[in-house]
Design a protein around this ligand. Sequence first.
Ligand SMILES: NC(=O)c1ccc[n+]([C@@H]2O[C@H](COP(=O)([O-])OP(=O)(O)OC[C@H]3O[C@@H](n4cnc5c(N)ncnc54)[C@H](OP(=O)(O)O)[C@@H]3O)[C@@H](O)[C@H]2O)c1
Length: 254
Amino acid sequence: MDLSELGVWPGISGQVSLVTGASRGIGKAIAQGLGLQGSYVIGTATTSSGAENISKHLNDCCIEGQGMVLDVNDSQSVESLFSQLAQQEKTPTILVNNAGITRDNLLLRMKEEEWEEVLSTNLSSLYRVCKASLRGMIKNRGGRIINITSVVGLIGNPGQSNYAAAKAGMIGFGRSLAKEVASRNITVNSIAPGYIETDMTAEISESQKEALSVQIPSGRLGKDVDIAAAVIFLASDAGGYITGETLNINGGLA
Ligand SMILES: NC(=O)c1ccc[n+]([C@@H]2O[C@H](COP(=O)([O-])OP(=O)(O)OC[C@H]3O[C@@H](n4cnc5c(N)ncnc54)[C@H](OP(=O)(O)O)[C@@H]3O)[C@@H](O)[C@H]2O)c1
C-alpha cells in the first residue's frame, strides 16, 4: 500500500499533528501519512540529528512540518517541546503517542532498570504528553489522541512482562481519558499492532519470522503503512464517534 494513494480523508487537513518517535519505523510512516493528508507535522526524535533527518524527510515528501527533539521520559523535555510549539503558534490537535522501546528479559532475570525504563517510556510518557496536549485541544474545541500499544499487551509474551504491562496499561489509560474528554470533542483511542517489520523486530531471524508467519492467519508480518492507514482513519472525521476503543491490526493473530 502506498500512503499517497489513500485519497483525502476529511478533517485532517489544516490540523497540527504531533507524532512521537517519528525518526523511523511505524512513527515515520504515521508522520508521513498525516502529512500527506495535509496536516502540519511535528515528528520527534531523541537526538538533534534524528530531528534534522525528520525535517529533511518531510521536506523531501513536500510535507509541511518539522522534526523536533523529545525524550518522553523527561518531563522537562516535554515542557520544552510544548513551549517551543506555543512560541511558533503550533498547537497539536492530533497527537500520536508512538515512541516505545523493548528491554526483553525473563522476569527472573529482569533488572529493575529494564522494568522502569519500559514502563516510563511506553506508559508514563502518556501521562506527560497527553497532559501537555490537552489544554490546546480543549481550546481548539476538539482533538484526536491515538496511542500505539501492542498485541503483546492483550495476549502477553514470554520475556516481555515489562512491555506487556506497559502496553496493557496504555489501553486502560486511554479508556479512562476518553471518558474524561469526550464532552470536549476529543477522542482517545489505541491501536494494537501485531508484528510489524521495523527496527524493533529486526532482531527476529528469518527462520523465526517464518515460524511467526505460520501463526498469523494473514501469513505475513505487517508493514508500517498498515498502522499509518488506521491512524489516518481514526484522526479523520470518519473516526469522530469512536473513542475509548482499541483497534487490533495483527493479520488475525489475536
Ligand atoms: N514493530 C512492531 O512489531 C510493533 C508491534 C506492536 C507495537 N509496536 C509499537 O509501535 C511503536 C513504534 O514501534 P517501531 O517498531 O516503529 O519502533 P522503532 O523502529 O524501534 O522506533 C522507535 C521510535 O521511538 C523513539 N523513542 C525511543 N525512545 C524514546 C524516548 N525516550 N523518547 C522519545 N522517543 C523515543 C525512537 O527515537 P530515536 O530514533 O531517536 O531513538 C524511534 O523514533 C512502539 O510504541 C512499539 O512498542 C511495534
